[in-house]
Ligand binder design. Structure first.
Ligand SMILES: [Zn+2]
Length: 448
């Protein structure tokens, strides 16, 4: 009996630790693991040679800009950046043009994406205030509904009872409800005041989105989740007070998961001063004490996952903010650098390898209903994995970025630990920073 694929001499990482084994793959799925002393027969062999084998990362928060802004990114380029970086599953946000609100918009996006995507992917849908499209989207297997406390649909959601009702109705369809916190009133008032005062420097942008605005919004989201007794995911938490709010609401029984971005875990507002418009995103980079609170919360599973908020813009678009920060668009790419930056946090001692797998593979797969097909290397899991050479140091460079954005916040950053091979459902999809083969990603739908 010989398996399809044997990954020899692996050091397999899970949230529980590291296990030395050969990994067996049959029909695109994990068939089991055997001790290094064994010598199983296989049609094809990859020798991991003692390197780390990590379950393919699941990024729960990416904007691929397609349809509507394909000059900035697309499913092809964005997913290529993902698999090169070891991210094998991407959950795509609905904030495109048109946004993903209806069954028709969902199906059109899915059909377009399946032909060109290198990673497996799921689609998220934008919740409308009346949830009119919820039944049809649920029937199609959409992975989750997105509620934004900031922006055009936000007004109705600032009534806790109403928001709780919407969360309850969504959860009753077995869909994940995610809330993007944000507070229009404080942010708009501060922005207006800063602009009137003639402020155009990068720091003014950070001042327009103060910690207190996030604290108010996260508190609101948590209170609604508690009131609804619904499982709710809080997006892009970045401040110490918001972390304390999550900790409190979890302690009284609210069923909350929460994410932080790799850049909020790794960088501080000093980088906003240094890189200006290229480090402009929402939430902004915060203080060192915020960053340390996030890392601690990630270790303690209060921040339950790391998600990129991959939101690319061209360098030329970012440059517009050089003299006037307000002119730069919001958002930075993050898929290709996610794993290297998390490995850098391991070198810095703020996270362990097990934390990375829990935060970036297992928990996102669990929260969005994909576990254990995704996020693990258990018997029956999809054979999605990334081999990391822990002894190789390399420097992240903007010119090596595959995203159409072609720049990264981490340009010039030296990292120890390099993703050298990515496998999707038993098939090699990226080797040493380059895509191999044609796009073979498939749409993931929610199965009850
Ligand atoms: Zn986002």
């Amino acid at each position: 009996m010989s398996v399809d694929l044997l990954i020899r001499n692996a050091r397999i990482v899970s949230s529980a630790g590291v296990e030395d084994a050969h990994l067996l793959v049959e029909d695109g799925k994990i068939a089991g693991r055997v001790a290094h002393s064994e010598n199983p027969a296989a049609k094809r062999t990859i020798d991991a040679d003692g390197k780390l084998v990590i379950p393919g990362l699941v990024d729960a928060h990416a904007h691929f800009r397609e349809p509507g802004a394909e000059h900035k990114e697309g499913f092809f380029s964005g997913s290529a950046a993902a698999v090169v970086g070891g991210v094998t599953t991407v959950l795509v946000m609905p904030t495109d043009n048109p946004a993903t609100r209806t069954a028709g918009e969902y199906l059109a996006k899915a059909k377009m994406a399946e032909e060109v995507t290198h990673a497996d992917f799921g689609l998220l849908a934008l919740a409308t205030p009346d949830l009119a499209h919820l039944p049809e989207l649920a029937a199609l297997g959409v992975l989750g509904m997105e509620f934004f406390l900031i922006g055009e649909n936000a007004e109705a959601l600032w009534d806790v009872d109403l928001l709780a009702d919407l969360l309850r109705r969504t959860a009753a369809r077995h869909l994940v409800c995610s809330i993007t916190p944000g507070e229009d009133e404080i942010t708009t008032r501060r922005t207006d005041a800063l602009r009137r005062a003639g402020r155009r420097d990068p720091k003014a942008f950070a001042e327009s989105r103060p910690s207190v605005a996030e604290a108010v919004a996260v508190e609101h989201a948590c209170a609604a989740a508690y009131e609804a007794d619904a499982r709710v995911h809080v997006r892009q938490v970045s401040t110490a007070p918001a972390v304390d709010s999550l900790r409190f609401w979890r302690s009284v029984g609210a069923r909350l998961s929460a994410e932080a971005t790799p850049h909020n875990l790794a960088l501080t507002d000093e980088e906003l001063m240094r890189q200006g418009p290229f480090a402009k995103m929402a939430p902004p980079l915060r203080t060192k004490s915020d960053r340390d609170a996030l890392a601690r919360a990630a270790r303690e599973d209060i921040i339950t996952m790391v998600a990129t908020d991959h939101a690319p813009h061209l360098a030329s678009e970012k440059e517009r903010g050089r003299a006037d920060i307000w002119e730069a668009p919001l958002g930075v790419p993050g898929l290709q650098t996610m794993l290297p930056i998390l490995l850098r946090e391991v070198s810095r001692g703020s996270l362990s390898l097990g934390d990375i797998v829990r935060l970036a593979s297992e928990n996102p797969a669990k929260v969005f209903g994909l576990y254990p097909a995704k996020g693990a290397l258990l018997p029956g899991s999809d054979a999605d994995l990334v081999i990391v050479d822990p002894d190789v140091s390399f420097v992240i460079r903007s010119e090596d970025q595959i995203s159409k954005a072609a720049h990264t916040l981490f340009d010039g950053t030296e990292v120890r630990g390099k993703p050298v091979l990515t496998v999707l459902r038993g098939r090699e999809v990226a080797v040493d920073g380059k895509i191999v083969g044609d796009p073979g990603g498939k749409l993931l739908t929610r199965v009850r």
